[in-house]
Design a protein around this ligand. Sequence first.
Ligand code: PLP
Length: 450
Amino acid sequence: MDEKETNGIDSNNHISKKAKVIRCITQSEIQSEFSHHDSSTARINNGSFGSCPDSIMSCQKKWQLKFLRQPDEFYFNHLQAGILKSRSVIKKIINADDVEEVSIVDNATTAAAIVLQQIGWAFTEGHFQKGDVVVMLHYAYGAVKKSIQAYVTRAGGHVIEVQLPFPVVSKDEIVNEFRMALEQGKSNGRKVRLAVIDHITSMPSVIIPVKELVGLCREEGVDQVFVDAAHAIGNVDIDVKDIGADFYTSNLHKWFFCPPSVAFLYCRKMGEMSDLHHPVVSHEYGNGLAIESAWIGTRDYSSQLVVPSVLEFVNRFEGGIDGIKKRNHDAAVEMGVMLAKAWGTSLGSPPEMCSSMVMIGLPACLGISSEAEGLLLRTHLRDSFKIEVPIYYQEPKRGEMEDMIDSSCVTGYARISHQVYNTVDDYYKMRDAINQLVQDGFTCKMLHSG
Ligand SMILES: Cc1ncc(COP(=O)(O)O)c(C=O)c1O
């Protein structure tokens, strides 16, 4: 596969300024790129698993065949060069200083394990004191919370969760809560060793003022800052130098059209201090995280190799990935406002705190009264209406309990996504399904079996 001519990367692994748009992709070409999607389902949940166009799947298949045709030749002559090309594309997009700062791993879960593992070692090897603190958001992703439990709490670390308001009206609310958590972390002479900050929280989904929070961490002497930006690349702007965290990860299979699964982990150069290793140890142990991660044993590396072709794909759209990002955000907000109007509710955050995912209050009369009922409603929408959308349960605050009983308190939010393949009909389908449920006097209690 000779990609030199077309993917916008020159022989020094620089993205060519001349990376060209030959002809903008048409609507029908977009629909054909995603024609493998189940056409009977309104898929307004790009956020969970992302999406991969046909042309990228074909390209992935070529890489797989190249390996299977002559594995030894592929291993010795192509694999490492291919991964380096992908790292160079990512380096440029995220504005890292050096390609050495960019490692490619399977997913954000793996990236979190890499960061948290070295924190765990610092406790067990006595560099950190038992009771030293890790601060994370209450809305941190569940799997990352489990990872903190496994690597940090078990090794003697103390975890402080930053409570965040939802619905949220301004980023100041988040900054204030975070400042208080850092103060609490430093009380009793403890040290805050790590802050884990989401760039875009998953559920409820909100853009976090990550640069401000990293700045606070620096002012307060937090040792290390890890930004879990699983949803970021292709969705919001990323400038890792400007954000200033030590570690920053994003999946490329969510909003950057890569096949599952591939993510990058950016590690700011820390010189001697760095003790980062891939949790799967292989021949390259000790040769730096990027090299370790590029060989973790025999497996399929094709999803990591298609990144330059994905760059080519996004450059077929007006404005490249920046154009896609902006149009997705604007459409997600427009559809969110349309749904909120139709249901007599409101958005969970102001538009500037929404990415290409938007939270919309569901009619209170649906009576969502637990996380489990949110999941039941999601399943009902999939099975009975062919709509794929995650539902968030928001526990009523104390004073709202009475409203809950007379069913005027919003306890459920739908998280809609917008990606290039979506059409307004997907969201009208969602609007009409919920209106139908309301009209039929449906409540989530009806979904309990037995
Ligand atoms: C904020 C956040 N972090 C981490 C992850 C984990 O991503 P993956 O399952 O691809 O490792 C997700 C997935 O949705 C997420 O939303």
